[in-house]
Design a binder for this molecule. Structure first.
Ligand SMILES: NC(=O)c1ccc[n+]([C@@H]2O[C@H](COP(=O)([O-])OP(=O)(O)OC[C@H]3O[C@@H](n4cnc5c(N)ncnc54)[C@H](O)[C@@H]3O)[C@@H](O)[C@H]2O)c1
Length: 416
């Protein structure tokens, strides 16, 4: 214990500090936003609660909010996506942490409940874990909440349902839907890091393998792109006919999941849906097939169904579980079906999360200043936040966007 934090091992702090310092060196946009916006006093004394995959990039966001004067409490948004050394470093730096890498279901729930019990004024959420628990378990604390922001597609879906029911008394900014978030993080960040994690954990070669990508949303597009870049034969399965045609037009093979189950060497899910791969798929898969999930929850594969089918289950490598079926075929599941890029790797590249967490930092800052005059329910991130983050990133790259002439501007506005 450091302060009232609950973490696995405070002695791990030196390694966690090195990881956070590395992020700080590679996050020019967050650093710029801290100097120009966060340090204006708007967040001073505010109680901020965060739950996002708790690794070094998230930790750096928590550190900056804390240095901006906020009283920050963090918990992990998903078992396995928390790094214990990072938690120790954060606790040492004065952030309250309730998290560990592989908690029991009961402990995981307990961490989230403790986090909401700090009576947050601003919530930075992932998967709507904190907001939903505030609504269900502690409605007495809702009056404290100025506003929240949401990190991922899965959380946005839940918040839309809450908004439709009129259940959200405070504004929630859809950080996931900011252009500077999903176009980069969901697509390039997840695609890049999921493939890196798949390769690092299996030590196998992707060239020539048939990689089946389930879902051609933002995450699926990234998975397909980076699998293609590693020389794989990419097959896309997607229920939306327009998106499936987009995948076809990108040059990928397209088919339904029953056909793909028979030919795939690797299966990557990124749908946000449940039981995308289930017993009827497992029955058709080849010996040695690899299954990895990049969607938010661990229910994109029907793991209970697979366990029931299996004659034997064993760990064959770190983060790789082998299920041997009665006919001798072996299916290999990475990271117990949890987000492969974060639960079995370091997550998105730093430069990508520099953009995402700049959006989140500015969202918290915006809520501190404006939430009192905003209506309840899910709201878009203001365009000026997207613009500010994009310009700060370009400035860090030394690149100027094109300037339009007066003649071009008036031409674009005329119709005669
Ligand atoms: N691993 C990460 O770091 C990371 C990062 C960002 C988002 N996510 C998560 O990834 C998931 C997808 O996010 P997104 O932004 O791509 O969402 P999205 O809505 O853009 O895309 C999801 C796609 O999956 C398709 N789909 C739904 N059910 C399917 C099925 N049974 N088979 C095939 N396709 C199906 C949908 O039609 C849609 O096109 C969400 O759970 C999100 O929270 C994870």
């Amino acid at each position: 214990m450091i302060g009232d934090s609950i973490i696995a091992d405070p002695k791990l702090a030196p390694e966690g500090n090195r990881k956070i310092d590395w992020v700080a060196q590679h996050a020019p946009v967050m650093n710029n936003i801290f100097e120009k916006h966060l340090s204006d006093g708007a967040l001073r004394g505010r109680r901020v609660a965060m739950t996002i995959h708790l690794e070094a990039k998230t930790a750096y966001l928590a550190v900056l909010l804390s240095e901006a004067g906020a009283e920050v409490t963090v918990s992990g948004s998903n078992p396995l996506s928390t790094q214990d050394d990072v938690c120790a470093a954060l606790a040492e730096r004065g952030v309250r942490v309730f998290a560990s890498h592989d908690p029991s279901d009961e402990d995981f729930e307990g961490y989230l409940i403790r986090t909401i019990e700090t009576a947050p004024e601003i919530v930075i959420d992932d998967g709507a874990e904190l907001v939903s628990r505030l609504l269900i378990h502690r409605p007495d604390l809702l009056d404290n909440v100025l506003g929240a922001s949401e990190e991922t597609t899965t959380g946005i879906l839940k918040l839309k349902a809450m908004t439709a029911e009129g259940a959200l008394p405070f504004p929630v900014l859809a950080a996931n839907d900011a252009k500077m978030k999903h176009l980069f993080d969901n697509r390039y960040g997840t695609g890049h890091s999921a493939i890196v994690s798949l390769l690092a954990n299996t030590n196998l070669f992707l060239s020539g393998k048939a990689v089946v990508v389930m879902g051609f949303g933002w995450v699926g597009r990234g998975l397909a792109r980076y699998a293609d870049g590693m020389g794989a034969r990419v097959i896309v399965c997607e229920p939306d006919p327009v998106k499936l045609l987009e995948a076809y037009s990108e040059g990928y093979e397209v088919m339904n999941s029953m056909q793909a189950a028979e030919v795939g060497d690797v299966f990557l899910t990124g749908t946000g849906n449940l039981k995308v791969l289930r017993t009827e798929h497992f029955e058709r898969m080849k010996d040695g097939a690899l299954l990895a999930n990049a969607g938010h929850y661990d229910h994109e594969f029907d793991l209970a169904g697979l366990k029931e089918m299996a004659a034997a289950e064993r760990e064959v490598r770190r983060n790789v579980t082998e299920y041997e079926l009665p006919d001798g075929r072996r299916l290999h599941v990475l990271a117990r079906g949890r987000l492969v890029n974060i639960a079995a790797g370091d997550g998105h590249p730093v430069e990508i999360m520099d953009l995402t967490f700049s959006v989140q930092a500015l969202a918290a800052h915006y809520l501190a200043k404006n939430a009192a005059s905003m209506p309840g329910g899910l709201q878009p991130i203001p365009d000026e936040i997207d613009e500010l983050v994009a310009r700060a990133k370009l400035a860090a790259l030394g690149v100027e966007p094109e300037h339009l002439t007066e003649e071009q501007i008036s031409y674009q506005k005329s119709w005669r």
